[in-house]
Each structure stands twice: as structure tokens, then as C-alpha cells.
Design a protein. Structure first.
Length: 118
């Protein structure tokens, strides 16, 4: 199982970024996918998730209306479109999948840093 995030960077407040997470090693279309974020020194927290077929998504309150999670099952990729970025969005962003192989386990990407600053 491999999850590889990309798309982070330094951006000014109010601008946009799109994160991508390329997945391999499992049946991507069969699982809910998640984005988390972590500020240095704090716990990692969920940001958004999307069900296997992409019909249902979930967002934490602080990103509702600004972030959109989507997926392309043909490309084994999940996205996080982040608009109207704020300094409080600054964090390392991680892709996560809870997958059944020998049992249920959580798999994480290496993370991509998003810094929102003027």
C-alpha cells in the first residue's frame, strides 16, 4: 500500500491550492478516503472524507464551503481543493485510508506542507 501526497506549498491568504493523493497497492475504488492535517506540536485531525464511489463527503466545520474533496477512481487519486485559504489552514496535510488486508489497518501518506502566509 502506498499513498503519495503532492500539491502543497506556500500561498497567500485568500488563494487556492489543490492537493492530490495517488494511491496504489489496494483496490482504491472500494474504500473511503480521508484527508487529515497536523500542526506542529498538535494532534492530527480529520479534515474531510469521501466514500468509495464519491457520493458522500464529510468536512469539519472550519473548512465547509471552502474545501472540496473529490476522487477519480480511474486514476486511483483523491483530491482536496482548498479555496479562500487562511493562516489557520497552515499544517502538514496527510492522506489516509483504512484498508482491510490481513485485518483493518490505517495507512498514511508522507504528508505535504501547506503554509498560508502573506
Amino acid at each position: 500500500v502506498q499513498l503519495v501526497e503532492s500539491g502543497g506549498g506556500l500561498v497567500q491568504p485568500g488563494r487556492s491550492l489543490r492537493l492530490s493523493c495517488a494511491a496504489s497497492g489496494f483496490t482504491f475504488s472500494g474504500y473511503t478516503m480521508n484527508w487529515y492535517r497536523q500542526v506542529s506540536g498538535k494532534e492530527r485531525q480529520p479534515v474531510a472524507s469521501i466514500t468509495s464511489a464519491g457520493r458522500t463527503s464529510y468536512y469539519i466545520d472550519s473548512v465547509k464551503g471552502r474545501f472540496t474533496i473529490s476522487r477519480d477512481n480511474a486514476k486511483n487519486t483523491v483530491y482536496l481543493q482548498m479555496n479562500s485559504l487562511k493562516p489557520d489552514d497552515t499544517a502538514a496535510y496527510y492522506c489516509k485510508a483504512r484498508i482491510y488486508l490481513a485485518g483493518w489497518d490505517d495507512y498514511w501518506g508522507q504528508g505535504t506542507q501547506v503554509t498560508v502566509s502573506s
